[in-house]
Design a protein around this ligand. Structure first.
Ligand code: FAD
Length: 543
């Protein structure tokens, strides 16, 4: 390696793209301005320990592996490449700083507590070695820190309040991908590369996926190329974009009724800022259009909302010590949790969703509503943290703030407080799929059940069950709870839990609620009690 040339390192973590990546662009700009002085090494650090401690299922590992390969290709087209370094960031950086004579390190900021802690440690190591560190906020449209600062240092805890703040903020400029580096700027070989030319190569599928038997179909391949293709395809029908209303999309269509851009946004293969920009361009051409919270722009702003509230609460992903979260005495029910996790609850709609999740790594938002409500306040009375953990493992789009925030919402632990609105595991799915085609696909045992009882197989007589080739208790489980009974008991439990929380809380937060509907009930009124019901989805949904 040439001692004279210093290295500029861009550290990819999320933000796995070359378009609209300010931290990468900075490194490229500095290098181009003084080509003879610098070399550029974009890195991704693969911590083998993470393979063990992170709850990441096989499908997500595959998504990451495909994403890294695609990113390497994108960088090679810019006369660079991706250097995958194995180890823990705090262990590898001191070596890299020295080996490569690093002068500048850039990266995109994260909000997750473990990431913040990691980055603080790396910054310290860099400072000790005289390495300049520059960070950029580009995973979200708005910088959560700025939003919080504008709200006098507190996260806005309702969506409406959040909108009121961000409406006044300047939108960031969306960057195109950086210009190619001049030929000949490639770093000279370091000692490790001299010993092994493949030392920094992207991982293979075999290296990342420890349990290949758990891989489902590769319906949503990873990578920036696919992300941009999918965005273009989603936006090609401007009428659809302009009229998008989330509550009118179907949780159980055989092909997705929403964009499925979430895995690409989660890994940063797609810039949320670019998507937002493109949506706004379309809406400018389509003056009659849907609006937040239900529009597509509104969906992206939900993402922003959860990032902002998550950034202000290190315990966002747990009940204890979480300032937003109702304290509820959920029960441990390992058998019920197992049945829910593997799609064996005996409720075909719920089981179909959980099996789709396991196979494909993505389920519709309202399908997430149905299974999350069922696990928690609706039927099983199991903690949302357990559900969060299962989603963490199985979702391609698992995202710390979004997963925790939505689980709190659905369990009526935070942000949403109409606990008396419970999804029916039977009626909700029938609304958009009356003949049960979705169930036939994901719960094939029931494929021969007629539309009349495919959502409620227990209504078929034993001889009919035999005729349909699926006997309950033998080929498909009996339902593990009776929804009609348990959901009413659970509403009473929620009511009691809310009462206790109200008594314990100081009332300090009450001023923050600007939306009457989402306010935690102040006192247990007859009106609210009378409103208890289970819904087939006809009750007003806000998202
Ligand atoms: P679209 O409707 O096409 O929306 C476009 C984008 O907006 C999404 O890709 C997503 O980035 C964002 N978005 C949409 N809905 C929400 C929402 N409610 N909250 C925050 N952002 C939203 N989403 C994740 O990305 N990661 C998660 O870990 C996650 N966990 C969830 C857990 C539960 C219990 C629930 C109910 C929802 C969860 N969501 C999560 C939110 C939502 O279900 C998904 O973002 C959405 O279904 C993704 O599909 P899509 O890309 O087709 O969405």
């Amino acid at each position: 390696m040439t001692a004279k040339r210093h290295t500029l390192v861009h550290w990819f973590r999320k933000g796995l793209r070359v378009h609209d990546n300010p931290a990468l662009a900075q490194v490229f700009d500095v290098a181009r301005a003084s080509a003879e002085q610098y070399q550029v090494r974009p890195i991704f650090i693969l911590d083998p320990g993470i393979l063990d401690w992170m709850q990441v299922g096989a499908n997500r590992w595959r998504f990451l592996q495909q994403t890294l390969w695609d990113l390497d290709q994108q960088l090679r087209a810019l006369n660079s490449r991706l250097y995958v370094v194995r180890g823990k960031p705090v262990d590898v950086f001191p070596q890299l700083f020295e080996r490569w004579h690093v002068q500048l390190l850039t990266y995109e900021t994260d909000i997750e507590p473990y990431a913040v802690q990691r980055d603080t440690a790396v910054q310290k190591l860099a400072a000790e070695r005289g390495v300049k560190v520059d960070t950029h906020c580009s995973h979200t449209i708005y910088n959560p820190e700025v939003v919080i600062a504008r709200n006098l240092g507190k996260a806005p805890i309702t969506y409406q309040k959040f909108l009121g703040i961000v409406e006044k903020l300047k939108l960031p400029k969306v960057l195109t991908k950086p210009e190619k580096l001049p030929q000949g700027m490639q770093p000279s070989e370091d000692a490790l590369e001299a010993a092994d030319a493949h030392v920094y190569d992207c991982p293979t599928l075999e290296q990342l996926v420890k349990r290949p038997d758990e891989l489902g179909i590769n319906k949503f391949p990873g990578g920036e190329t696919e992300a941009l293709r999918r965005m273009e395809a989603s936006l090609s029908n401007e009428h659809w974009v302009a009229n998008f209303e989330k509550p009118n999309t179907a949780p159980n269509s055989l092909e997705p009724s929403t964009t499925v851009l979430s895995p690409y946004l989660k890994f940063g293969c797609l810039s949320a800022r670019l998507l937002y920009d493109r949506l706004r361009e379309i809406l400018a051409r389509q003056p009659k259009h849907s609006k937040p919270p239900v529009s597509l722009v509104g969906q992206l702003l939900w993402r922003e909302f959860y990032y902002t509230v998550g950034a202000a609460e290190p315990n966002f992903d747990r009940m204890l010590g979480n300032s937003y979260c109702m304290q509820i005495a959920w029960q441990e029910q390992p058998e019920h949790l197992k049945a829910w996790t593997h799609g064996h609850t005996g409720y075909p709609f719920i089981d179909a969703i959980m099996r789709q999740l396991r196979q494909e790594g993505w389920i519709h938002h309202l399908a997430r509503h149905a299974v999350a409500c069922f696990l928690t306040r609706g039927d099983l009375w199991i903690s949302w943290e357990e559900g969060q953990r299962v989603f963490e493992q199985l979702l391609l789009d698992q995202d710390w703030a979004l997963n925790a925030g939505n689980w709190m919402w659905l369990s009526a632990s935070a942000f949403f407080h109409q606990y008396f609105r419970v999804y029916s595991p039977v009626a909700f799915g029938k609304k958009t799929d009356p003949t049960g085609e979705y169930i036939r696909k994901y719960v094939p045992e029931l494929a021969k059940y007629p539309a009349g009882c495919i959502f409620e197989p227990w209504k078929a007589t034993l001889s009919a069950q035999r005729d349909y080739g699926c006997v309950l208790g033998v080929d498909y489980p009996h339902r593990i709870v009776n929804h009609d009974i348990v959901h009413k008991e659970n509403i009473k439990r929620m009511s009691a839990a809310y009462k206790v929380n109200r008594e314990v809380r100081t009332g300090k937060q009450e001023d923050d609620y600007d939306d009457e509907d989402d306010k935690p009930p102040q006192k247990s009124t007859g009106k609210r009690k009378a409103a208890s019901r289970t819904t087939g989805g006809t009750a007003k949904r806000r998202r």
